[in-house]
Design a binder for this molecule. Structure first.
Ligand code: ADP
Length: 248
């Protein structure tokens, strides 16, 4: 039987030359939830995120994904297990069209041996899936534009499409709303809500109104430690959380 907890970090710690950026964090993410990691600047959110996907190696602690210890796996192997992080805009190829960007991501999912690419059937299946994903993120009418021609918000939508192409079971989003206008925030929120119907989402997010609307579980970090956990009503009423935010 699969456990209710999809991701469990315990005692997660990261030191940078003596400075403890993440200090013994125990994080549990419930399967099917949209879970936010919030906290003031310098709280350790990005470091935590990088530890979970092994872009950084923890100094101490362990990470279980689907009850399997992934602490010593490299990032590519973690992604193959279904725990995928969306990359920042740099991962979108500016000189490829929207559709081509998604095709490239689909290619990455299965590996790209030469023989594989010669298979007409597979190519056609990719084309259909690429169109489906482009449509799902609301970019159908822009599918032949170069990625470089998209607005900022639409680039982020494309980035989510390329991440969804990897068929993640759990999606990690690093500040998906950063720098967005309100129309784009609405669009990406809907997209995340839709993506979360079939998967778990863990996101670092600064925009608290987005977090309150979208997330059913929140972990507040401050100075590398967990300050509070719970739903939005619980954490926002916590005096320690208010103090941490006002202190920035
Ligand atoms: P947040 O994402 O919550 O703003 P970070 O995880 O980026 O916080 O940073 C947490 C702390 O760790 C900060 O004080 C930051 O300066 C420090 N830090 C992050 N990365 C490094 C690094 N590579 N070397 C040294 N200190 C770092």
């Amino acid at each position: 039987m699969t456990s209710n907890i999809i991701l469990a970090a315990s005692g997660l710690t990261k030191e940078f030359r003596g400075f403890v950026a993440v200090d013994g964090v125990d994080l549990m993410v419930r399967r099917g939830s949209i879970h936010a990691l919030i906290g003031p600047n310098g709280a350790g959110k990005t470091t935590c995120f990088n530890l979970l996907t092994k872009f950084l190696t923890p100094t101490k602690g362990s990470i279980l994904y689907n009850d399997e210890d992934i602490t010593s796996l490299p990032p590519a192997d973690i992604a193959l297990k279904g725990l995928v992080r969306s990359f920042q805009i740099s991962a979108v190829f500016p000189d490829l069209s929207v559709l081509e960007n998604v095709r490239v991501a689909l290619q990455r999912l299965r590996g790209s041996s030469f023989d594989f690419w010669r298979s007409e059937t597979v190519l056609r299946a990719h084309d259909a899936r690429a169109l489906e994903l482009v449509d799902a993120v609301g970019l159908s009418e822009f599918r032949h534009l170069y990625a470089s021609e998209l607005s900022y918000g639409r680039k982020r939508a494309l980035e989510i499409a390329t991440t969804l192409a990897l068929e993640p079971e759990m999606l990690l989003l690093d500040e998906p709303m950063a720098g967005m206008a309100s129309g784009d925030i609405e669009r990406i929120s809907n997209l995340i809500r839709q993506a979360a119907r079939e998967r778990t989402v863990l996101m670092v997010e600064h925009n608290l109104s987005v977090v309150s609307e979208l997330c059913d579980a929140i972990t507040v970090l401050a100075q590398g430690r967990i300050l509070a956990e719970g739903d939005y009503a619980t954490v926002s009423a916590d005096p320690r959380v208010r103090e941490a935010y006002m202190g920035t």
